[in-house]
Ligand binder design. Structure first.
Ligand code: FMN
Length: 403
């Protein structure tokens, strides 16, 4: 039997950022979640109930439905919170923070907050002076103390014309937090995980570099999944067009030498290091200060020198209990080469993929992998990079449990 869809109770209050509510809701519906929406009276001035009910394919709960004989028999504030797995309020006004902190049950949203026993995720959004005000700070502190997760607003140009902190994060960032709140597995709680991702750029002159087609998708998917499962995550990323996921510490690097430095620093505190980046093995022996010109020559010879072997050095420096996970992108003798790399570099696990196989490897959304872990049978898996990330982390978790 497939599990039932996850259920979100979506509170929308009367801030200007309510105009983003349909976009947020649409993202959840596309992921297969069921969404019930409660609008405050003020929110109706900023966003259309019709848009939200069309996208959620459900009726919208409005203030006039609260003390209404029409719905009294199902007591909306009780039945909605009983039904939900997660209660999200985005945007959350200063007024709703007050109602939540003080237990003001005089509105439908306020009463639902009182009746709620499910995880509560709030996205305050308001003018920066309101956000910095004593009552708002105090209400946020009270709610955090009671276990609510309150996501810090973004900084930037606010609708009121002020520049500062108070913007609601994008729908994509809100979704990152929602997926984490809905993730029941927390087997990485209390662990520090460092993940490398993407390619490196080895510059030969100011405008040209040697690289590879790595998009960073696999490493980013692992970093995000580890974060959802409770880890504190550092993502060390080479140049990548992917959106930087919320909640992670992101360290941006360009060359293999930069990546080496960043890895050695993270390794000092990491419990798990996952090396999913496609790091250049070689760099130009000399980087030209000026753009290399044609100069009438038919050929150009570049001398390359080896980059430091990050995995091998991490293997040498490995602390007791630290887990080091490598990736092997191979084009031949996949398993044999992966096994060799694992023992030579003192890895605890290696994920190998045949980058020439259809639907696997660089810059595609799917992967076909074989996981070889110390003391375990090889495990083969094909699926999306998100699914592969979950399977890889299951193996890491099993290794960590047996440390
Ligand atoms: C144009 C306009 C924009 C507003 N934007 C915000 C906002 O972004 N955040 C906020 O906390 N209040 C904002 N307010 C004030 C709220 O609308 C007001 O406090 C209202 O009572 C909130 O009701 P609710 O919390 O029940 O939705 C705004 C008011 C106006 C007139």
């Amino acid at each position: 039997m497939s599990p039932r869809p996850r259920r979100i109770l979506f509170g929308v209050s009367g801030g200007i950022a309510a105009y983003k509510a349909p976009d947020i809701l649409h993202g959840w519906v596309k992921l297969g979640f069921e969404v019930e929406t409660v609008l405050t009276e003020a929110a109706e001035q900023f966003v259309s109930p019709l848009a939200l009910s069309t996208l959620s394919k459900r009726r919208i709960w409005r203030e006039r439905d609260f003390l209404s004989a029409e719905y009294g028999w199902q007591i909306p504030h009780i039945s909605l919170t009983d039904w939900a797995d997660l209660f999200v309020i985005a945007p959350c006004t200063a007024n709703v923070l007050r109602a939540a902190a003080q237990g003001d049950g005089s509105t439908l949203l306020g009463a639902a907050l009182l009746a709620n026993t499910k995880p509560l995720l709030l996205f305050p959004a308001m003018n920066s002076k309101m956000l910095a005000s004593g009552p708002v700070r105090e209400n946020i502190r009270i709610l955090e103390e009671r276990g609510a997760e309150i996501v810090d607003p973004d900084s930037g140009l606010l609708a009121c014309g002020y520049e500062g902190k108070g913007r609601m994060p994008s729908a994509a960032v809100i979704n990152d937090y929602v997926l984490r709140a809905l993730c029941d597995k927390k087997d990485f709680a209390g662990m520090r995980v460092a993940v490398t991702a993407g390619p490196t750029h080895e510059y030969i002159d100011p405008v040209r570099f040697i690289s590879n087609p790595s998009s960073g998708k696999m490493g980013y998917a692992i970093a995000e999944e580890a974060w959802r499962r409770g880890a504190e995550v550092t993502l060390i990323t080479g140049p990548s067009a992917l959106r930087r996921p919320a909640g992670l510490e992101v360290v941006e690097v360009v060359s293999a030498q930069d990546m080496y430095q960043a890895c050695m620093k993270s390794a000092e505190t990491a419990d798990v290091i996952v090396k999913a980046a496609a790091v250049g093995d070689y760099r130009a022996a000399e980087r030209s200060e000026q753009k290399i010109k044609r100069g009438g020559k038919d050929t150009l010879t570049l001398e390359l020198v080896q980059n430091p072997d990050i995995a091998a050095e991490l293997g040498r420096r490995k602390r007791p209990g630290q887990l080091l996970i490598g990736f092997a992108a191979e084009t031949q003798n996949v398993l044999e080469n992966a096994q060799k790399k694992m023992s030579e570099k003192n890895l605890d696990m290696i994920v190998s993929n045949d980058v020439l196989a259809p639907g696997a490897g660089f810059a595609v959304d799917t992967n076909a992998i074989t996981i070889m872990a110390r003391g375990a049978e090889p495990l083969r898996f094909s699926g999306t990079k998100e699914e592969s990330a979950a399977v890889i982390l299951d193996s890491v978790s099993a290794l960590a449990a047996g440390r």
